[in-house]
Design a protein around this ligand. Structure first.
Ligand SMILES: Cc1cc2nc3c(=O)[nH]c(=O)nc-3n(C[C@H](O)[C@H](O)[C@H](O)COP(=O)(O)OP(=O)(O)OC[C@H]3O[C@@H](n4cnc5c(N)ncnc54)[C@H](O)[C@@H]3O)c2cc1C
Length: 422
C-alpha cells in the first residue's frame, strides 16, 4: 500500500471513528491515525464516562448502521428530564410523550459507543487503521497535507488531500500548526461515578444546579459484562461539578460520606442512594479553535470545541460536525472536486457555526449563572425556569435543543445515507 491518502483522520476516538463510518460509502481512501489500540481498556475516548446521546445523535448512528450494536450492549432511554435549582423555586420538566417520541435521548457508556464504532472499523474497504501510532509532525502545502507518525518505533510519512483533526481537547494538530485557540477556565472539575438507588429510575434524568456547579444524574442500566454491581434500572451515572479546590476532598471521602453529601444535594428526587463506585475527575473549561478550517485541514469534535458537560452536549455537537463534514465531502466528491479545497471546507465551517455559537453560549451561561449565589441572578434564573416550564413554546425550544434537532439537519440525521452519492 502507498502512503498517499485522500483523507487522513487524526484520532480514532468517538468522533474520528464516527467520521470513518460516515465516509465508508464514498470513493475516498481514508487513513485513521490513533494512538491507542481501539479495543484497549486504556483507550481514553472509550473510558468510564456515561454519554447522554441526543435523539438526533441516535438518528445519525441509526443511519450509519451502528445503533443496533449499541442497543445490543445496553442503552437507556431518557423519557423525562427534570431541571431544578437547589434551594430555590424554579424548575423545568421536559417529556418525551409531549414530543411524540420514544425518548428525548439515551444514555450509553462511552465504552459501549466505542465498541460499536470500533467493531468493524478495520474491515471497512476504504479505511486503513494506522494504530497504535502517534502523530509527531504536520506540514500543510498547497497540494497536500503531510504528516509524520511514529508506529512501532518507526517513523512513517503519510500524505493526504485533506487532514481532519479529531484528536480531542489536547489536539496535537492544533499545537503543531499553532492554531489560534480561545481558552477559558471555570475553576470547576467534574467528578463522575455510578450510583445505585432503592427506587428504579423510570428513565428520568435530573439536572440540578447547586452553589458549586451543576450536578447531573442520568439513568444508566449497566451492560451485562460490566462488573459494577447493579445491572437493572436502579443504576445511575453521576456527573457532579465541584470547585477545583474541593476535588481531592470529594475523591477522598468514604463511600458513606460521599453518598450522604450527594443525597443532601439531590434531596429525595431519585430515592435513597445505596452505593457509589470509585470517583474519577475531569477538569473543565471552554476551549475552541478560532478557524475551524484551513486549506487541506478541518477540525471536528473536541479538537474544534471543548465545552462544559452541563446538559451533555459535547459529543452530540461533535457527531453533528461529523454528519455535516461527511455531507459536504460527499457533495465535493460527486462534483469531482478536490475534498481539501478551502472553499469546500468553508461550507462545512459556515454550516456548523450557528450550532457552535448556540451550544457554547448555552453551556457557558448555564455553567456560570447557575454556579452563582448573587441574589438578583438567583431570582432571574428561577423566574426564567418558571417561564420555561409554563410557556410551551419556550419549553419546546429547550427540549429541541436537548434532543439535538434545532437548526439545519444533516442527511444522516434525517435517515438518508450517503451511499451511491460519491
Ligand atoms: C465528565 C464528562 C461527561 C461528559 N458527558 C457527555 C454527555 O453526556 N454527552 C455528550 O454529548 N458529551 C459528553 N461529554 C463530552 C464528550 O466526552 C466529548 O465531547 C467526546 O469524548 C469528544 O470525542 P472526540 O473523539 O472529539 O475526542 P476524544 O474522546 O478526546 O478522542 C480523541 C482521540 O484522539 C487520539 N489522539 C489524541 N492525540 C493523538 C495523537 N497525537 N496521535 C494519534 N492519536 C491521538 C486519542 O487517543 C483519542 O482516541 C462529557 C465529557 C466529560 C468530561
Amino acid at each position: 500500500m502507498t502512503d498517499d491518502f485522500d483523507l487522513l483522520i487524526v484520532g480514532g476516538g468517538m468522533v474520528g471513528a464516527s467520521l470513518a463510518h460516515a465516509l465508508k460509502a464514498l470513493p475516498l481512501r481514508i487513513g485513521i491515525i490513533e494512538a491507542y489500540p481501539l479495543h484497549d481498556e486504556k483507550q481514553p475516548s472509550f473510558d468510564s464516562r456515561a454519554i447522554a446521546l441526543s435523539y438526533g445523535s441516535r438518528r445519525i448512528f441509526d443511519t450509519l448502521g451502528v445503533w443496533q450494536a449499541m442497543v445490543a450492549e445496553t442503552v437507556t432511554p431518557i423519557t423525562r428530564i427534570h431541571v431544578s435549582d437547589r434551594g430555590h423555586f424554579g424548575s423545568v420538566r421536559m417529556d418525551a410523550a409531549e414530543e411524540g417520541v420514544e425518548a428525548l435521548g439515551y444514555v450509553a457508556e462511552a465504552s459501549v459507543i466505542g465498541r460499536a464504532l470500533a467493531a468493524n472499523l478495520g474491515e471497512l474497504p476504504n479505511v486503513e487503521l494506522i494504530c497504535p501510532a502517534t502523530l509527531s509532525d504536520v506540514q500543510i502545502s498547497d497540494e497536500q497535507a503531510s504528516v509524520t507518525v511514529e508506529q512501532g518505533g518507526v517513523l512513517r510519512e503519510l500524505t493526504a488531500k485533506l487532514l481532519v483533526a479529531a484528536d480531542g481537547g489536547r489536539s496535537t494538530v492544533r499545537e503543531l500548526l499553532g492554531a489560534r485557540t480561545f481558552r477559558l477556565g471555570y475553576g470547576q472539575t467534574a467528578i463522575i461515578a455510578n450510583v445505585t438507588t432503592e427506587r428504579g429510575h423510570g428513565g428520568i434524568a435530573y439536572e440540578r444546579f447547586t452553589d458549586s456547579g451543576p450536578l447531573a444524574l442520568l439513568p444508566n442500566n449497566a451492560p451485562a459484562w460490566m462488573e459494577d454491581g447493579e445491572s437493572g434500572d436502579k443504576r445511575w451515572s453521576l456527573v457532579w461539578t465541584v470547585r477545583d479546590r474541593d476535588v481531592e476532598e470529594h475523591r477522598a471521602l468514604s463511600d458513606a460520606l460521599f453518598i450522604s453529601r450527594l443525597q443532601k444535594r439531590l434531596g429525595k428526587r431519585a430515592g435513597r442512594i445505596l452505593s457509589a463506585t470509585p470517583r474519577h475527575a475531569y477538569p473543565l473549561g471552554l476551549e475552541y479553535v478560532r478557524d475551524h478550517v484551513r486549506h487541506r485541514l478541518a477540525f471536528i469534535g473536541n479538537a474544534a470545541h471543548l465545552i462544559h458537560p452541563v446538559a451533555g452536549q459535547g459529543f452530540n455537537l461533535g457527531l453533528r460536525d461529523v454528519a455535516a463534514l461527511a455531507e459536504v465531502l460527499m457533495e465535493a466528491v460527486s462534483a469531482q472536486h478536490d475534498p481539501g479545497l478551502l472553499e469546500t471546507l468553508q461550507r462545512y465551517a459556515k454550516w456548523r457555526r450557528p450550532d457552535y455559537l448556540r451550544v457554547m453560549g448555552m453551556t457557558d451561561t448555564l455553567a456560570r449563572t447557575f454556579s452563582n449565589d448573587f441574589t438578583p441572578l438567583v431570582v432571574a434564573r428561577n423566574l426564567g425556569m418558571v417561564a420555561m416550564d409554563l410557556i410551551p413554546p419556550l419549553r419546546r425550544l429547550l427540549t429541541h435543543q436537548a434532543m439535538g434537532v434545532n437548526g439545519r439537519q444533516s442527511r444522516l440525521a434525517r435517515g438518508v445515507t450517503l451511499e451511491g452519492n460519491g
